[in-house]
Design a binder for this molecule. Structure first.
Ligand code: BTN
Length: 265
């Protein structure tokens, strides 16, 4: 990806600034530092390669050169957005889903915020906050979207099946050029802006729920340090927690946190 293509793609969006790195450790780290130094709302850090990319739960995140869209957006909670802050990571996943769906794909969200296509992970989201005292000062929304097969880590490092856009687009569309990556980025940022405005509404929740993977299916769900529970994915609660039905027919919910979710095979 080239900086000029990026700048052109984002020309008509009121961004809070752009920092492009051909290579960096982690765009989230760079964006967190920028946020702490006063980056405005919608400041963007994007990298062609990450050498210390981070995933949720202290996992590392692999980003090979030119093979993925890896970027982090600084979002400064606006007045009235405080209640919605826990939903910001779902916002990232939903924005990516809606953009991929507009490309004719059938993305789903593995709760809380992994984007899947054909049950394989194509995009991960890492939302981190910067606090000033008791108040969230900014959220860094990091997204890693696999574009080319080289974006995928070696199979022995995969904890869940993974895929990339080039593998999911039916032939003859075999490759996604830099220009299209710029368009994708532009569409994702526009979708983030659109769905951010929808956060307090039921429309956001219902759209997220419609994209929920494994709905009606039995899954294993476990929160770190707790025993695995089995349940049928039922839907979302108003606060974004996942609602399941136990084999005994009892409804239970899982709150935000480090949750692993797998279909029962
Ligand atoms: C996950 O699924 O565990 C979340 C992965 C998030 C990866 C992205 S890539 C851009 C940004 N920078 C990082 O270091 N992580 C996020």
């Amino acid at each position: 990806m080239d900086e000029h293509i990026l700048q052109r793609a984002l020309l008509n969006i009121p961004m809070g600034g752009l920092r492009y790195f051909e290579q960096t450790g982690s765009t989230n780290d760079a964006a967190l530092a920028w946020a702490a130094a006063g980056a405005p709302d919608l400041a963007l850090v994007i990298a062609g390669q990450q050498t210390a990319g981070r995933g949720r739960g202290n996992h590392s995140w692999f980003t090979a050169p030119g093979a993925a869209l890896a970027f982090s957006l600084v979002l400064r909670p606006l007045p009235g957005e405080a209640q919605s802050i826990p939903l910001f990571s779902a916002l990232g996943a939903l924005a990516v889903c809606e953009v991929l769906a507009a490309q004719g794909l059938h993305p789903e969200i593995k709760w809380p915020n992994d984007v899947l296509i054909n049950r394989k992970k194509i995009c991960g989201v890492l939302a981190e906050s910067v606090w000033t005292g008791e108040k969230v000062d900014s959220i860094v929304l990091g997204l890693g979207l696999n574009i080319k097969p080289e974006a995928l880590p070696p199979p022995e490092q995969l904890t869940f099946p993974a895929t990339c856009l080039e593998a999911e687009f039916p032939p003859p569309r075999h490759s996604i050029e830099a220009l299209e990556q710029g368009m994708l980025l532009q569409q994702i940022i526009q979708a983030v802006r659109y769905w951010r405005a929808m956060l307090p509404t039921n429309i956001f929740l219902h759209t997220w729920e419609r994209r929920l993977a494994f709905r009606g299916e039995q899954v294993d769900v476990w929160v770190d340090g707790q025993p695995v529970r089995k349940g049928q994915v039922d839907g979302l609660e108003p606060d974004g927690s996942l609602r399941l039905i136990s084999p005994q027919g009892q409804v239970f919910t899982v709150q935000f946190g480090e949750v692993h979710l797998r279909p029962v095979v």
